[in-house]
Ligand binder design. Structure first.
Ligand code: FAD
Length: 380
């Protein structure tokens, strides 16, 4: 696949690999143990143009494209999917709605500092009682003079506990299902906005995830994204389509890390007088894994390229997420099996990728929801 990447993309891949090894790898163990994202990384990534590499240079970005963002996400996932989760929330969910639909003032105040890593963003759609059925969110935003008063609770929000602002989906007109939703930027410190708890997760422990509560939380009307009430569902869709392609890179990077660790282990572990990599069963599994990873990567980058060309990739983005997240589960299961009992020990890193990767058939639309989208797009 690499030969199809542009020269810029290849140079970027080498640069982000170096950065990840030097600046991120040494932080991983402590971040995982303490369930804490090393926030200083945002600024370091931002300074290099690595944090949000697809946004224009004049906004502080790397001036790249969707493929560049995928390269970044793939490489960070190879090192640590938890840290990558926090970064990709910033490069996608927490910035894209402002980039695509925000006012100049919102770009100045929130987007540029986020792209530079000076502000941490989050994105709140999911609620305690509403996940897949996003049009059923219960959060409300009611106009009151120059403000909107927001009431509701957002669940499982990546970067929630550490964010400087969160983009919140709320109904301005609950009588219009889906259509009556708007997105609002809520700043940390706004009265009525609290992080009610930081959640204790099975994996991706170096990303911080929280439950956010909005209680009579008045935000300036100018913090609404878009010029009129309604239309937020389209903004959500736009953001999620892009995110599903990024998920292909996330799954590919995690799969590559699992393959690399497993190959190394299989070469070192000796049973019946020979390294287990010599058994046909192991070699077949590794060969199949490598094949799947190649297809995952190729398909992800192909769809990213179509996205960069401005094509409608609603169906393909769902296919990327469905395929890569589901195949990853098989790759992780095979990796664990080849590691035998040691794979189940916390001191071996494969368990971390296994725990982290388990998430990907759930977040940003479950595999079942991707199937629903694909079926609809196929006209079934
Ligand atoms: C670690 C983590 C980080 C997250 N980060 C964010 C974030 O930053 N921002 C945010 O807004 N959200 C975030 N989420 C939420 C995530 O997007 C949701 O968990 C996901 O959309 C699924 O919603 P749910 O968990 O409520 O599951 P549910 O919607 O309750 O689904 C439960 C099961 O039912 C299935 N199901 C539901 N409806 C159908 C249907 N019509 N047909 C067939 N099967 C169906 C689902 O596929 C799933 O298997 C995060 C979640 C986690 C765990």
């Amino acid at each position: 696949m690499d030969f199809e990447l542009s020269e810029e993309n290849r140079i970027f891949r080498t640069a982000i690999q170096d950065f990840a090894q030097k600046e991120i790898a040494p932080l991983v163990d402590e971040a995982e143990e303490t369930h804490t994202f090393p926030v200083q990384l945002f600024k370091k990534l931002g300074e290099q143009g690595f944090l949000c590499p697809r946004y224009p240079v004049e906004l502080g970005g790397g001036g790249g494209d969707k493929i560049t963002e995928c390269v970044m996400v793939e490489e960070l996932n190879r090192v640590n999917p938890g840290i990558a989760a926090a970064v990709m929330a910033q490069s996608g969910l927490a910035t894209q709605p402002i980039y695509r639909f925000g006012s100049e003032e919102q770009k100045e105040k929130f987007l540029i500092p986020a792209v530079k890593g000076e502000k941490i963003g989050a994105f709140g759609l999911t609620e305690p009682n509403v996940g897949s059925d996003a049009a059923s969110i219960q959060t409300r935003a009611v106009r009151d003079g120059d403000s909107y008063v927001i009431n509701g609770t957002k669940m499982f929000i990546t970067n929630g506990p550490i964010c400087d602002y969160v983009i919140v989906a709320a109904y301005t007109d609950p009588t219009k299902r889906g259509v009556g939703i708007n997105l609002f930027i809520v700043e940390k410190g706004t009265p009525g906005f609290t992080v009610s708890r930081k959640l204790n997760k099975v994996g991706n422990r170096s990303a911080e995830t929280g439950e956010l509560v909005f209680e009579d939380c008045a935000v300036p009307a100018k913090n609404m994204i878009g010029e009129k009430e309604g239309g937020g569902f389209d903004q959500l869709s736009d953001t999620l389509i892009s995110g599903r392609i990024t998920y292909g890179a996330r799954c590919t990077g995690t799969a590559q890390a699992a393959y690399d660790l497993t190959t190394q282990y299989a070469k070192e572990r000796v049973q019946f007088g020979q390294p287990i990599v010599k058994f046909q069963n192991t070699r077949f599994k590794l060969a199949e894994m490598a094949t799947h990873i190649d297809v995952m990567r190729t398909y992800t980058y192909q769809v990213a390229r179509k996205y960069d060309q401005g094509k409608n990739v609603r169906k393909e983005a769902a296919m990327v997420k469905l395929f890569t997240a589901d195949i990853l589960q098989k790759i992780l299961a095979q990796s664990m099996q080849i590691h035998g009992g040691y794979g189940y020990m916390m001191e071996y890193p494969i368990q971390r990728f296994w725990r982290d990767g388990r998430l990907y058939t759930v977040t940003e639309g479950t595999s079942e929801i991707q199937r629903l989208i694909i079926a609809k797009e196929l006209g079934l």
